[in-house]
Design a protein around this ligand. Structure first.
Ligand SMILES: [Fe+2]
Length: 659
């Protein structure tokens, strides 16, 4: 018997099998609500540049700031509700800061502290400094530490690139205000790189850091080509789990004059890996793209199983539509990266640098994975190795690049040829857009999909520095037709999501036959939703399996059966037995002599084995009529209240037998 693992072919999960035994898997998921884990726990310095950064996970934040004096400092944190008249309570938690001296052009010192042990669904207040010399108080909120969430992605604010820092700051401020007014519960602000125009120019950093939203929502920094040439980036933006080895610096020297390093964090169900794409060759001393691939490989091997999604972020877009699309360095990355990203199961790549918006087709190993994927498709179903690459336009309006024309250099590898389906576009872009208006990208993280939207945060009107200053000669957006908040592009990515949702098919050495079965329709996640507490005894959730189509037109009229069993439900290191899942099989559409197998209760009810062992779904006896049947089952999950809160998944493996 030959075994084969298939992540999922194209849109529909269809398997037509010869007679014999076949198996496939459905992903099951459910959520439990419950209690959170408990929280851990004057000088002359002038404090400035305070920014809230992302931590290693949703229970952490990192605060970074500048200090004029080299004094002992900390961050003080308390639930906002515990403050009285703005005063922090006695015994409020503090986190010691560390840091060092800034480079001479920056002056002063940098400090950062990691806030850990945060509780979910709490509004926190915090301030930095020391007794008698505190900064103003700022606030952020944590949300549910499990489940769905949204994050926002911002391309190249690049403050100063229009030549007018104040105008760039105004656009940047407005995009943050507009995007967070529309998405007040967004949980992360992810950078596409190029925070500023000139790496060590502190006046630009001051303008970049001016919006108070950067002290309320965690910024996940990304280093751009305009940030890399100095140390101010590292001084201002401390990041978690950062590998600062020489291989990840363009010049190979972390102690030199450049910023660099790669880092990762897991925020709820997403593993984010952020790369210093400035280092892409070994000719200047760094480890080039090979070092990044080694880093991404290590992180995914070590931590990929702790998250349901993998999102990569780096500055230099390898698939984009404008001035940088044909750059030699990007073509190098476009050769170096895609096959590794496909092999590692990356779901989404977020990029900047080209100051224009694009969304790629599903790219596998550097080629369009599905030639039939239509431009601008609203839903995409990447199979194994399919990766979607998104490039963000300018979030500040400081600079835009116009879309450029494809050349004749082919439709794979580093080629920049035209899309056969849309000859004005590059072959790799499903959507390309440039209106010379500010925008941002919203990503909705859901159990079984990622929804990616490019949303306008401005119009042609000010603040829009590049247009105001005549850096670009046109702006083709109308306030009436394409107002702030309107959507440039929206795509729902229904990717392969890992072992819990793979369709694993064991293909037997079977004689030719006409017995077959398929999962009816797209094999989406079977989502049981949030389990409901029942009188403090157990949690209950219900749902239905994705129906199974069985067809049998064999002359032998031989018997067949379909059965299934489920794995344990897991959420990272938390687990409960698959025995707590029971079901009631049904014949939804009669045919092929199909009969429903008997109901199986949850082990909670009968202390049995539930669906943790193989159970029948349907069957037909010898001599049954030819035809097709549609089988379903109502799922019944009951788990004890002692199970920890979490988003759990299991795999339902379906097996068909015929003789
Ligand atoms: Fe840029």
């Amino acid at each position: 018997m030959k075994a084969r693992t298939s992540k999922r072919a194209s849109g529909l999960a269809r398997r037509r099998m010869a007679a014999g035994a076949t198996a496939a898997a459905l992903g099951l998921t459910m959520a439990l609500s419950g209690l959170a884990t408990p929280a851990s726990a004057a000088d002359p310095a002038t404090l400035s540049g305070i920014i809230l950064g992302v931590g290693a996970n949703e229970t952490q934040r990192i605060v970074t700031w500048y200090s004029s004096a080299d004094t002992v400092q900390k961050v003080q944190v308390a639930p906002t509700a515990s403050l009285v008249n703005g005063e922090f309570p006695a015994g409020a938690a503090t986190f010691d800061a560390i840091g060092g001296a800034n480079i001479a052009t920056s002056g002063g010192f940098n400090r950062h502290a990691t806030l850990s042990g945060l509780q979910e669904k709490i509004q926190y207040s915090y301030r930095v400094g020391s007794e008698g010399n505190w900064s103003p108080t700022y606030s952020f909120k944590t949300q549910d530490f499990e489940g769905d969430y949204d994050f926002l992605f911002y391309g190249d604010p690049q403050i100063g690139s229009s030549g007018n820092v104040a105008k760039d700051q105004a656009g940047w401020q407005d995009t943050l205000d507009v995007s967070l007014a529309a998405n007040p519960d967004a949980e992360l602000l992810v950078s596409g790189g190029d925070q500023v125009e000139t790496a060590n120019t502190e006046s630009q950093w001051t303008a970049f850091l001016a919006p108070d939203k950067l002290r309320q929502y965690p910024w996940a920094a990304t280093i751009g080509n305009h940030d890399v040439g100095g140390k101010a980036y590292e001084q201002h933006l401390f990041t978690p789990n950062t590998d600062r080895s020489g291989a990840l610096y363009g010049n190979g020297n972390p102690a030199g004059t450049q910023s660099g390093g790669d880092y990762w964090y897991i925020y709820k169900d997403v593993l984010f890996i952020d790369l210093n794409s400035n280092s892409y060759t070994t000719t200047s001393g760094g480890g080039g793209d090979a070092a990044h691939i080694a880093y991404v490989t290590d992180v995914i091997n070590q931590h990929g199983a702790e998250a349901k999604w993998t999102v990569l972020v780096y500055h230099h877009a390898i698939y984009s539509p404008a001035d940088h699309a044909k750059d030699g360095d990007n073509k190098v990355r476009r050769v170096d990266f895609p096959t590794a990203f496909s092999n590692l199961g990356v779901d989404l790549v977020l990029q900047g640098h080209d100051h224009s918006y694009s969304r790629s087709y599903e790219i596998k190993n550097g080629q369009k994975a599905n030639p039939a994927e239509q431009p601008g498709a609203a839903d995409v179903f990447p199979g194994p190795g399919g990766v979607i690459y998104v490039t963000g336009n300018s979030a500040s309006g400081s600079k835009y690049y116009d879309i450029t024309a494809p050349d004749n250099s082919g439709t794979s590898g580093a080629g920049n040829g035209a899309d056969p389906l849309n000859p004005n576009n590059y072959w790799y872009n499903s959507v390309q857009n440039q209106e010379h208006v500010r925008s941002y990208v919203k990503v909705q993280v859901r159990n079984d999909k990622l929804v990616v939207e490019n949303i306008r945060s401005g119009t042609c009107a000010a603040p829009n520095a590049a247009v105001e200053l005549g850096k670009v000669s046109w702006c083709n957006n109308t306030t009436a037709g394409q107002p702030v908040g309107s959507i440039v592009d929206k795509v729902t990515v229904h990717p392969y999501q890992g072992d819990g949702q793979s369709i694993q098919v064991s293909v037997p050495n079977a004689p030719p036959g006409e017995f077959g079965w398929t999962i009816d329709g797209y094999n989406g996640l079977v989502d049981l939703g949030t389990a409901v507490d029942n009188n403090g005894d157990y949690f209950a959730a219900t749902g239905q399996i994705n129906p199974i189509l069985v067809s049998d037109n064999r002359r032998s009229l031989a018997p067949w059966s379909i059965s299934a069993s489920t794995s344990d439900f897991r959420d990272a290191d938390k687990t409960f037995s698959g025995a707590y899942l029971g079901w009631t099989p049904k014949v939804l559409v009669a045919g092929a002599g199909a009969q429903a197998s008997g109901a199986v209760p949850s082990a909670y009810d009968d202390h049995g084995q539930g669906l943790s062992v193989s159970r029948g779904l349907g069957w037909a006896e010898q001599g049954h009529p030819k035809g097709t049947a549609r089988l379903g089952a109502d799922l019944d999950l009951k788990v004890p209240d002692s199970v920890d809160k979490g988003n759990y998944r299991s795999t339902l493996t379906i097996t068909a037998l015929s003789s």
